[in-house]
Design a protein around this ligand. Structure first.
Ligand SMILES: [Zn+2]
Length: 241
């Protein structure tokens, strides 16, 4: 890490799960929504059929996220950025916990639950929100169609600007710290592969082996909230020597 000139972090649901945010793939919490499959709610078709129901699910998730706090893993990443060790966090998470922990350059490959956009393809309205909308489904102030969460749903392409930025960062990187991701969701999972193919080092932090483990140069088994603070300490000791 210390000898790298340009390192990035690549994060997935595992780091947020440690803050108590249920993952898409995680097993059932005892809520009404555990009976629904994300594939049945996080799709453009579901929104077209029943925008209110999809919004109810997002409001439930927003409330969970508002009650959650960034953990020691998020905080260590923000400090590594502050030290100049990592240049950015590329994340598949939509919860905004990296920003709340103090990370400044966060590339959100799957959008953000804290933004809305118009569901009318002809309308370009987009806005940030800091709490769930009072009335659902909310209406676009510009054209009157329904607003939807500005997240990537199943079957949708990634936002071009975020994807382009993530690919440039990966191509410029000689190390990537991969945290809490199964590496099974494409095209996002190409990001660590791009670093590897460019001759960079892949360091994985995970509670279990993943699709990334076979090509990881270093595998640190454990929770992000435990492993990343240790890594930060090791880096800081290296600095002081
Ligand atoms: Zn609109």
């Amino acid at each position: 890490m210390l000898s790298s000139r340009h390192a990035i972090a690549f994060t997935g649901a595992g780091i947020s799960a440690e803050s108590g945010i249920p993952t898409f793939r995680g097993s059932g919490k005892d809520s009404l929504w555990s009976r629904f499959k994300p594939e049945e709610l996080a799709t453009p078709e579901a929104f077209e059929r029943n925008p209110r129901r999809v919004w109810e699910w997002y409001v439930w998730r927003m409330n969970l996220i508002m009650k959650a706090r960034p953990n020691a893993g998020h905080e260590a990443l923000a400090k590594l950025e502050g030290l100049g060790i990592i240049k950015a966090v590329v994340t598949q998470n939509v919860d905004g916990l990296h920003q709340r922990a103090g990370s400044r350059r966060v590339v959100e490959l799957h959008g953000s639950i804290w933004r809305v956009k118009c569901s009318n393809p002809a309308c370009t309205f987009r806005a940030g929100i800091d709490e769930p909308p009072e009335e659902i489904p909310p209406r676009c102030p510009s054209c009157g169609h329904y607003l939807r969460p500005d997240v990537v749903w199943f079957g949708e392409p990634l936002p071009q600007d975020a994807w382009g930025e993530a690919v440039s960062l990966a191509k410029a990187s000689d190390a990537v710290l991969v945290i809490g991701t199964s590496g099974a969701v494409y095209p996002a999972a190409y990001i660590p592969l791009i670093v590897k193919e460019g001759g960079g080092t892949v360091i994985e932090v995970n509670v279990a082996e993943s699709s990334i483990t076979p090509y990881a140069d270093i595998f640190l088994k454990g929770r992000a909230g435990e492993v990343l603070p240790r890594l930060l300490n090791a880096v800081m000791e290296g600095f002081l020597k």
